[in-house]
Design a protein around this ligand. Structure first.
Ligand SMILES: [Fe+2]
Ligand SMILES: [Fe+2]
Length: 246
């Protein structure tokens, strides 16, 4: 049976949790792809991407793609720098999609930062028409997911903010509006990606939930305490794709 093994993580905030991240890397074997759900660096320190990628390459090698989206700590003004720092060592999906072909399966990945119900005060000050930006991101993700429907075996939405309240449990209720967005919840309900991987929720106590046919997983390193391993199985007889979260 075909299987694609994914390792996924968010919120390493390098150098903040880099040491713990490196320790945990040693517990894992080479994946078919490594996914970053944003906030891999702290406060826009673009150079830290080198350290993150160096440690992965040193411990697990280079024979698999590293695919990521941006988080809020990858400040918009340093994103160009990040793109040039990572070069061809990493595929950055900023409102883009990518098809991973591995072990006979095609896995379509849509990457986006996602949206918030309420912009932070920093975002309101620094991002012109931030509400429109959040709306546009949801529409773009919906369109990319729709385009891939029936063209790949499996669709993943890789995002930084949460698409639902369930995986925010553990955070203060008043902070929920800064964790995710109802707009993306609607995108998930309407387009039913098989798997949604997100980060940003550092204090969640419930890391996974199923919404319709979609399996949602928070991979935030400080919340989970480790890198998350997700196995995507293709049971060809039933054409169902199942997940095994390790
Ligand atoms: Fe974070
Ligand atoms: Fe974040």
């Amino acid at each position: 049976m075909a299987k694609v093994k994914l390792l996924a993580v968010a919120d390493v905030h390098s150098p903040r949790y880099l040491e713990e991240f490196v320790k945990d890397l040693g517990q894992h074997e080479r994946p078919d792809a490594f996914l970053f759900a944003g906030d891999m660096i702290n406060r826009g320190n673009a150079e830290e991407y080198k350290n993150v990628l160096d440690t992965i390459e040193k411990i697990l090698g280079t024979s698999f793609p590293v695919i990521g989206c941006f988080g809020n700590e990858e400040y918009s003004e340093v994103r160009k720098d990040i793109v040039s720092i990572v070069g061809d060592r990493m595929i950055l999906l900023d409102e883009k999609s990518y098809v991973l072909e591995s072990n006979g399966l095609t896995v379509g990945i849509v990457g986006t930062q996602g949206s918030l119900d309420k912009a932070t005060s920093w975002q309101r000050r620094n991002i012109p028409s931030v509400k429109g930006v959040f709306e546009r991101r949801a529409k773009r993700a919906a369109s990319l997911l729709k385009k891939m429907k029936d063209k790949v075996d499996h669709r993943i939405l890789l995002m930084h903010y949460s698409p639902c309240l369930e995986t925010c449990e553990g955070e203060e209720t008043k902070a929920f509006s800064w964790m995710g967005s109802r707009k993306f919840y609607s995108v998930v309900v309407e387009h039913q990606p098989d798997l949604v991987i997100h980060g940003h929720v550092h204090n969640s106590t419930r890391h996974e939930v199923t919404i319709g046919a979609s399996f949602i997983r928070n991979v935030s390193f400080p919340a989970v305490g480790s890198i998350t391993e997700l196995n995507v199985w293709d049971t060809k007889k039933t054409r169902r794709i199942e997940y095994e979260s390790c």
